[in-house]
Design a protein around this ligand. Structure first.
Ligand SMILES: Cc1cc2nc3c(=O)[nH]c(=O)nc-3n(C[C@H](O)[C@H](O)[C@H](O)COP(=O)(O)OP(=O)(O)OC[C@H]3O[C@@H](n4cnc5c(N)ncnc54)[C@H](O)[C@@H]3O)c2cc1C
Length: 362
């Protein structure tokens, strides 16, 4: 069997590795000139680390990560400890996105990655699928995996009218920096602030620090991305208990502050046709209230490879995958919405851990 994977992000890379491990040939076509990761730090939950363990990459992934815990504080610095959950429901591994994608790309192998290769179309027949790229090349395969992110070309061809939409007013600012002189950071701090803000910082394994600021109801944006982040950091500390986040933002070069309008993929009525299938953000980009899109997406990759390897027919495997994933992500969306609708920091914290508990106990 031969698969063509559109997209060399975390989910496309993991899909290719999972397919290779099961003896399925898989080649990634990535539109960018290099495998790179948009973003800064990434929290990998235990479900994702378990996928990498199964693919024989767990130790390598742990080696580029630093264990962290997702506990929230309120804007006065008070720690919120929701009751009824175990420590494991809060634990995750913080990795640098670019390092993770490099590691995964090495595992896929250069020969199995085509760069500067943007999928622009495909044709499906009973016998296979032909994928077309912007350099006028075409590739025949048994299955096309659309792991091409929130703006997925595969999704828009499979399900016309399913374009990602702006989650109005929802923005994120982030970076990874070395702490400035005089700032020592031993552990992460994540705060649920005033005016629907969330943010803080988490140390990485190599002495740098990942900082992030989200705001969920922005009315207008003024100034540079760095100024926007700094302004919102003020909502996360109303009593001066935490000078570290403003110091980290101030020390970040302007061009290294990543700002995103958050995008949403609407719930999809289908994820597959007989020869084409979606995985990762292409199928389920969500607002990062639950910061788990990538952790969930690598589960898609493993499940898809397992089903393709164990079914006689590609179409049967894709139908089984879709039957599993659609109700699964309906539940993810429901739990994520509850987090988004939280009114108090305590409610947010307990609904957040209710989601991670659900995800990790499956
Ligand atoms: C602010 C923020 C914080 C987050 N934090 C976390 C977190 O801590 N933990 C977590 O698990 N998740 C987190 N997420 C979610 C996570 O970032 C995404 O779920 C994840 O990156 C999706 O990976 P992907 O491979 O599906 O898509 P992407 O990472 O978007 O990769 C898609 C790839 O496809 C390529 N591509 C696009 N179109 C084409 C085409 N036509 N042909 C070929 N290639 C194409 C792109 O260039 C890209 O390389 C966060 C998201 C946001 C916005």
């Amino acid at each position: 069997m031969r698969a063509v994977v559109a997209g060399g992000g975390i989910v496309g890379l993991t899909s290719a590795i999972a397919l290779h491990r099961r003896g399925i040939e898989a080649v990634i076509h990535e539109q960018a000139p290099a495998i790179r990761a948009a973003g800064a730090g990434l929290g990998l939950w235990a479900n994702a680390v378990a996928v990498f363990d199964e693919l024989g990459l767990g130790e390598q992934v742990r080696a580029i990560g630093r264990p962290a815990e997702m506990y929230f504080r309120d804007h006065t610095g008070e720690l919120i400890r929701p009751s009824g959950f175990s420590e494991d429901d809060h634990r995750y591994l913080l990795v640098h996105r670019a390092k993770l994608n490099e590691l995964l790309a090495d595992a896929v192998g250069k020969d199995n990655i085509r760069l500067n290769s943007r999928l622009v179309g495909y044709e499906e027949t009973g016998a296979g699928v032909t994928a077309h790229f912007d350099d006028r090349t075409s590739v025949e395969a048994d299955v096309l995996v659309g792991a091409d992110g929130a703006y997925s070309a595969v999704r828009s061809l499979l399900l016309p009218g399913s374009d990602a939409v702006e989650h109005e007013g929802h923005h994120a600012w982030r970076s990874v920096v070395r702490p400035p002189a005089g700032v020592t950071i031993d552990e992460g701090v994540i705060v649920l602030g005033e005016n629907r803000t969330r943010g803080g910082f988490v140390p990485t394994v190599d002495g740098t620090v990942y900082w992030l600021v989200n705001q969920f109801d922005v009315d207008s944006l003024r100034g540079t991305a760095k100024e926007q982040a700094a302004q919102r950091a003020g909502f996360l500390d109303t009593t001066g208990w935490n000078p570290v986040l403003p110091a980290l933002i101030a020390s970040t070069p302007d061009d290294q502050v990543l700002h995103n309008q958050i995008m949403l993929v609407p719930p999809l009525s289908r994820w597959a046709s007989p020869r084409v299938v979606l995985a990762g953000d292409a199928a389920h980009a969500l607002s990062p209230h639950i910061t788990a899109g990538a952790s969930l997406g690598v589960e898609d990759a493993l499940l898809l490879a397992r089903l393709l390897a164990s079914s006689d027919e590609v179409s049967a495997a894709l139908a089984a995958y879709e039957r599993d994933r659609i109700p699964h992500y309906r539940k993810v969306a429901e739990l994520s919405q509850k987090v988004e609708d939280s009114v108090t920091p305590e409610e947010f914290a307990s609904r957040y851990v209710a989601f991670s508990h659900w995800m990790l106990s499956r």
